[in-house]
Design a protein around this ligand. Sequence first.
Ligand SMILES: [Zn+2]
Length: 299
Amino acid sequence: MGVAPRERSIEYLRVKIGDVEVIPLSDGAFRLDGGAMFGIVPKPAWEKRISADAQNRIRLALRPILVRTRGTCLLMDTGIGEKHDARFGELYGIESAPRLAASLAGAGVRPEDVTHVTFTHLHFDHAGGATRWGRAPAPDRPGEAVPVFPRARHLVQKQEWEAATAPDPRSRGSYRTMDFEPLARAGLLDLVDGDVEIVPGVRLRVTSGHTRAHQGLEVKSGGETAFYFGDLIPTAAHLDAPWVMGYDLDPANVSRLKERLVAQAEAERWIVILDHDPGAGCGRVRRDGRRYVLEPLGA
Ligand SMILES: [Zn+2]
């Protein structure tokens, strides 16, 4: 495993896992309600780990990852994208710099180079960057969204697709059809069911709980393991099993699964990548007294 020095203005690491390169990207940052991010954990406790703004929101990274092998250029998650209006931008405190396209360019990748786009789940902060306005909305007509990655196969869990296209009332605000329906219309969508090895060593792993078929991405090569947890563990403050989000569909399941995976990550020295962590978001898990912490790579 080697870690290159941080690059110029866009901050990213290139992590080598055997023959596979994993690069944490950025689509800027946004803000969500601190209470909702920590479920049953009381504010005096979570505030010691992450501070809240005047509206009780906490600042979160949007951190998709790029996974490269010989012949494959895979993107896991696409950030929040650019299709929102000013009101939505304000509500979620969206900071669109650097955008995903700039972050990818910094890693030497053009949108047409991407061979696979995969999603932890289809909430707007993960699928928003998969489409852009081909025609922006105007007062007299709706907008039309088109795929951003024209040559990529877009892999979505079948149950996640069903949940996103016919959402339950509680999830309706988190799914926007403009983020993913254009992928199906363009013939770029592949529905998958369960764990899938995309290329040797790179595997989608279903980790239900946040949504019905939420998935993580595991990279195993040359005796090393990297794991992208998606919203199972959004920030380092969520490493401890009881620290689960109010947004989770099945918090008890998230908690159980997390307890097992984090213990395994520590024992086997996985490199873990956390999608919304406002800090480094990439490192190794270590037990520190009664809690887990993330020790950043390349720090
Ligand atoms: Zn999220």
